[in-house]
Design a protein around this ligand. Structure first.
Ligand code: NAD
Length: 472
């Protein structure tokens, strides 16, 4: 494998593009000849994917630890989340494949019958990020397989150990006529996008790169699903179960070191509860990660030294000021950033304009929910919007007055792993969605089929029409 990787690294653009064109050509041929098309083939491939996860969970966990030092909860979720999704797809996809009757209504179409069928889109490209490097490959892949597609997967170069292992496992467990893996970073992905035509591109990653992907897709009018990032706000109301809120917010903000697309990016904290809430929040950090956070087995690491420096730069303007109310220490060589809280940051500073994607929590004090809503409306539409309150109507109020991928009350993140709920963004946080049936639909074209009877052929629409005009 090392030799194969070296070859890839020394290949120039022209060689790569020839290889990629060949892969896409083979996949297109196999799709046209019916690979992964009927229900039993789809079920077989989904079961192979399942088997691959179950038989290799220890090796996958090891690779995750090498890449991100992810804790055992994330290790389990990275295996069980996709397994649960595959099981759900296996239980349901055959019923989704069935044609849906639709009786035409227009008099001009009578007598006819109609039906809708979900047609597999064809050759799908799946590009994934590094932060949950297993589930963000397997979940869309399972969705595409359930819909009858064939796929090329491009995992992230940054989660190098997981990506390499997934590449080996996928080629061992799945037919290369159905799924292929392409490794690489910007050069390889750009060459792939420039040299090949796909029937769908499913991309998970940053908003900026999402725009580049969409430009490539536009050349061929290729449909896209863009699962992007952004700043997900969280309003903490004055009426709330404050202990539960502090505990859940510490968990969700610092899970995977804040490198979660749906982590709460910043808090809009009601002034009436700011003091007790912040005290509880700080003590909860110590409770969950101990006095020596660096030594905690539950505290992940940042993916790279470059990303650690990026996050450190977000904290920098606040060092030595009274706005830095917790944490702030960074060790670049250990890729460690301490849980950090910045109170009332400058709204124009990078920590309030850029997606943080790290363990830094800006806290903006607000008078009430209306001020929080105004604040949210000033920014881009987020991937998730969180509200912590015991007032059950507040979630609906935020939902009605703002726009976001999802609104979740009194918790964060969990909606991602829910096969019955569509997961996706809106505006700058994404286009399209997936999970369960929504994945099946994302990778399908809903095709109209209409059969008109020929035993009768009323003359009304035919010319010459002069003697019929008044009858229609
Ligand atoms: P990224 O955009 O840098 O990379 C994602 C993928 O795109 C990688 O496979 C990478 O190789 C490829 N890529 C990078 N630059 C490219 C280019 N110029 N042309 C073509 N391909 C390119 O994102 P990342 O750093 O891996 O992940 C973090 C981002 O992903 C965050 O913004 C986060 O919010 C977002 N994210 C979103 C979701 C979601 O489901 N909405 C999930 C996880 C992460």
């Amino acid at each position: 494998q090392a030799v194969a990787d070296e070859k890839v690294a020394t290949k120039d653009n022209a060689d790569l593009s020839t290889d990629y064109k060949e892969i896409v050509k083979e996949l297109r041929k196999s799709h046209r000849s019916g690979a992964n098309r009927n229900a039993s083939d789809r079920a077989h491939n989904l079961n192979q994917l399942k088997k691959m996860l179950i038989e290799n969970k220890e090796a996958l966990k090891e690779a995750q630890v090498k890449d991100l030092r992810q804790n055992d909860l994330i290790q389990k979720a990275e295996i069980h989340g996709p397994l649960d999704e595959i099981n759900y797809l296996l239980e349901n996809f055959e019923s989704w494949m069935r044609p849906i009757d639709a009786q035409p209504r227009a008099l001009s179409n009578a007598p006819s019958r109609g039906k809708l069928v979900y047609e597999p889109l064809g050759v799908v490209l799946i590009i994934s990020p590094w932060n949950y490097p297993i589930s963000l490959v397997i979940k869309p892949l399972a969705g595409a397989l359930s819909a009858g597609c064939v796929c090329i997967v491009k995992p992230s170069e940054l989660s190098a150990n997981v990506s390499k292992l997934l590449s080996e496992l996928i080629s061992k467990y799945l037919d290369p006529q159905v799924v292929r893996v392409v490794q690489g970073a910007v050069l390889e992905t750009t060459t792939l996008l420039e040299s090949c035509r796909f029937d769908h591109i499913f991309y998970t990653g940053s908003t900026n790169v999402g725009k580049i992907i969409m430009q490539h897709a536009a050349r061929n009018l290729t449909p896209v699903c863009l699962e992007l990032g952004g700043k997900s706000p969280c309003y903490v109301d004055a009426e709330l179960n404050i202990e539960v809120a502090a505990r859940r917010l510490v968990w969700s903000k610092f899970l995977n070191n804040g490198q979660t697309c749906v982590a709460p990016d910043y808090l809009l904290l009601n002034k009436k509860v700011s003091e007790p809430f912040l005290e509880l929040f700080k003590s909860e950090i110590t409770k969950q990660f101990g006095e020596n956070i660096k030594a905690s087995a539950d505290y992940s690491r940042i993916i790279s030294e470059r990303h650690t420096e990026r996050i450190s730069a977000l904290i920098e303007p606040y060092r030595g000021t009274d706005k830095l109310i917790f944490g702030g220490s960074v060790d670049v060589s250990d890729k460690f950033v301490e849980p950090t809280i910045i109170l009332n940051p400058n709204p124009k500073s990078a920590v309030m304009t850029d997606e943080i994607f790290g363990p830094v929590l800006p806290v903006v004090l607000v008078d009430d929910e209306d001020q929080a809503i105004e604040f949210i409306l000033e920014g881009e539409k987020p991937l998730a919007l969180y509200v912590f309150s015991t007032n059950n109507e507040l979630g609906d109020k935020f939902s009605m007055l703002t726009s976001s991928g999802a609104v979740v009350t009194n918790d964060c993140i969990g909606h991602f792993n829910e096969s019955v709920l569509p997961f996706g963004g809106v505006g700058q946080s994404g286009i399209g969605n997936y999970n369960g049936k929504f994945s099946f639909e994302t990778f399908s074209h809903l095709k109209t089929i209409m059969n008109k009877a020929s035993w009768t052929d009323p003359p009304l629409r035919y010319t010459p029409r002069s003697d019929k005009a008044t009858k229609l």
